[in-house]
Ligand binder design. Structure first.
Ligand code: NCD
Length: 331
């Protein structure tokens, strides 16, 4: 039995037993959701609860997968997707705006361009009489903890087909590993898997920064850094591609970077191990050739769907109803 979870803010708040439990809940949910009876049952579980999705930075997958995850559990949802349509335009702070949402709803999922905002808001709500859980759906360059959870789920589910787990596996994280929050949040979770190793592959100017380097060293997570993508491809169990995060450029500096050496093309497929997988948090630009999509090792579309089910499991865990997700409903 693992501890309860309330706010979901940063990936370093999760321990191994939480990852294990979430993996099991997600798999049970999927089994239940195979039948209409099961899906109808799931919709009863949180039909008395309301969620607010507050996304002031662009989002397709994270927004829609949370929205659908809430709906799968029967929750009612409301949303703000643009700070320009909220009273923030009148000068209200994001903190006040979120405190307002807490007057109406039982869960707040938020994405913001501001690093650390989710932590600040959670700390603020903890001091009010109307405390509600905050889930961080991406906070600037720093964290994207639910993406890390779904990435872990996808890695484990894929490796389980060969009878293994993430322990002992080598994972390449490729592209803008400096500013990609999905990379930062996922890399930190590797400490829960014995002998797992990360190979960061990026142009010189987009390498990880010292804060992440120190975290990895302190937590005894093995890692290497290289600019040579093609040398890495045959030697890893998973390749996690990312796009250039040029929304964080201060003066268009990404334009001068030749990113083409960090594209995965159809020509790379023969050198990739037979049981290796290709992941991407999406959206993609040219980092993965569309001709790769049909290869059985291309996992990014399944990764996206895994995300929705993992988020259902996470919400169930936050509301402490995960014990109601029980086998009799699975056919
Ligand atoms: C990522 C993000 O927003 O950090 N997308 C996502 O949530 N699936 C990655 C990205 O935008 O490159």
């Amino acid at each position: 039995m693992t501890a309860e979870i309330y706010h979901v803010l940063r990936s370093d708040q999760f321990d191994r037993s939480f990852l294990d439990e979430l993996y099991d809940i997600t798999n049970r949910l999927r089994a239940i959701a195979r039948s209409k009876r099961g899906r109808d049952y799931l919709r009863t579980l949180l039909s008395d609860q309301r969620a607010m999705l507050y996304f002031t930075q662009p989002s397709t997958r994270t927004f829609l997968s949370f929205l659908n995850a809430c709906q799968i559990l029967g929750m009612q949802t409301s949303e703000i997707r643009d700070a320009n349509t909220s009273s923030e335009l009148k000068g209200e702070t994001a903190e006040d705006a979120i405190r307002t949402f807490s007057s109406y709803v039982d869960l707040i999922v938020m994405r913001s361009p501001t690093a650390g905002l989710a932590d600040r808001v959670a700390a603020l709500l903890d001091k009010t009489p109307r405390r509600v859980p905050i889930v961080n759906g991406g906070s600037g360059k720093d964290e994207h903890p639910t993406q890390a959870l779904l990435d872990i789920y996808t890695l484990r589910r894929s490796f389980s087909k060969g009878g293994g787990d993430i322990d002992g596996k080598r994972i390449a994280m490729v592209g803008d590993v400096k500013r990609g929050r999905t990379v930062r949040s996922l890399a930190k979770l590797m400490k829960h898997f014995d002998g797992a190793e990360i190979v960061f592959v990026s142009p010189e100017t987009l390498m990880i920064e010292d804060d992440l380097r120190s975290y990895l060293t302190e937590n005894k997570i093995a890692f290497q850094e290289t600019t040579q993508f093609e040398d890495v491809i045959p030697n890893v169990d998973a390749i996690y591609m990312t796009r250039i995060q040029d929304e964080y450029d201060s003066s268009g500096e990404s334009k001068g970077i030749d990113y083409s050496a960090y594209h995965f093309t159809k020509e790379h497929l023969p050198s990739l191990r037979k049981d290796a997988i290709i992941m991407h948090p999406l959206p993609r630009r040219q980092e993965i050739d569309v001709r790769v999509d049909d290869d059985p090792r291309a996992m990014y579309w399944r990764q996206e769907r895994n995300g929705m089910w993992m988020r259902v499991a996470l919400i169930a865990k936050i509301f402490n109803i995960h014990r109601d997700i029980v086998e009799p409903y699975a056919i």
